[in-house]
Design a protein around this ligand. Structure first.
Ligand code: ZN
Length: 333
């Protein structure tokens, strides 16, 4: 646990639950890149340790040694299949429900770490029986990056372990621990666009096209008011589709651009507002129709798209809806 940077609140909660459990089922709920697996592992190790110190694994007992070697039979991991499909209900029955009734071999507890993102409704219903009446000596640690996919019946029976956004200092420390080159100042943009998500920070830092993407997306937003409907629904949507894998980053760039616009509009002499790029300032000064309500509606359009994607709505259609909404708010006439 000591190796995990940040998350001090959650780390003490996990340590206290490892000592005095209030539940037999826990849910770590956060977007990809927030360290769910790392935290789940630290929790599982502390739960299984023979001589934990203040809720933390001792790293010396046989359970800790087996855990570190990855050979403990008392931990069961249900992970997403490589083909990206959901886990079969049969697998949940065999590997979780049936296995949970067998006693742990070495440790005092058997721990199941289950990636709920790949367990569909029928699988969750099968899982529910084990969570409702957990066998003795069993702890479930469920992981989810999309809350809407977790059945409410499951939600109501787990103790949720919330992961807070990481601070810029923590993200910087994580980048350095992962041997990312650059000074704090050079990495300032990465810190600004990662939205407190270390996984995203690492992917931005290794993305050679990051600078180009930032500039392309900013240009798109600043010019969208002048684009015709048909251009938006063909060229602009095509741009979004070709960058579908990077939508998390694109949405951050759009939100940052809108935020800079609003700051400059409200208080052009403010220190942070002065940091806005020349083209954003020029846009704000020349667009007489622009106001904070319109910018607010653009932010809503981006957030609606983010929400729609969480429940697997059509990416292409939603890109069109979002861009048309921004066109309406950002056009100068
Ligand atoms: Zn130990």
């Amino acid at each position: 646990m000591a190796d995990i940077i940040g998350q001090n609140r959650l780390k003490s909660l996990i340590a206290s639950e490892a000592s005095f459990r209030h539940s037999s089922s826990y849910l770590l709920n956060a977007p990809k890149g927030m360290g769910k697996h790392l935290l789940a592992n630290a929790f599982a190790k502390a739960l299984m340790c023979e001589a934990p110190k203040e809720g933390k694994a001792c790293c010396e007992c046989k359970c800790c040694k087996y855990f570190d070697a990855g050979t403990t039979p008392d931990i069961v991991r249900i992970e997403a299949p490589e083909d990206g499909k959901n886990i079969k209900v049969e697998e949940i029955r065999n590997r979780v429900v049936a296995d949970a009734s067998i006693k742990p071999q070495f440790s005092k507890l058997k721990v199941f770490i289950i990636d709920l993102d790949c367990v569909a409704e029928d699988g969750q219903n099968v899982l529910l029986k084990s969570i409702e009446e957990p066998p003795e000596n069993v702890v479930f640690i469920l992981l989810s990056s999309v809350t809407d996919r977790v059945l409410s019946t499951v939600m109501s029976r787990v103790m949720e372990l919330k992961i807070d956004p990481y601070t810029s200092d923590e993200i910087y420390e994580i980048l350095k621990a992962n041997e990312v080159e650059g000074t704090r100042q050079e990495l300032e943009e990465v810190l600004a666009y990662c939205a407190g998500n270390p996984g995203r920070a690492l992917s931005i830092a290794s993305d050679e096209e990051f600078g180009k993407l930032t500039s392309d997306v900013t240009d798109l937003i600043l010019s969208i008011g002048d684009h015709s409907y048909s251009d938006i629904l063909t060229d602009d949507v095509a741009f979004m589709v070709s960058n579908k894998d990077r939508f998390a980053l694109i949405s951050e760039i759009i939100l940052k651009t809108l935020d800079s616009m609003a700051m400059y509009l409200k208080a052009p002499d403010n220190k942070t507002a002065l940091k806005a790029s020349g083209k954003i300032k020029e846009f704000v000064l020349s667009n007489k129709r622009l106001n904070t309500v319109r910018i607010g509606r653009c932010v809503e359009a981006v957030n609606s798209m983010k929400k729609a994607l969480m429940v697997n709505c059509n990416y292409e259609n939603n890109s069109g809806v979002m861009l048309l909404a921004m066109h309406e708010e950002l056009r100068s006439r």
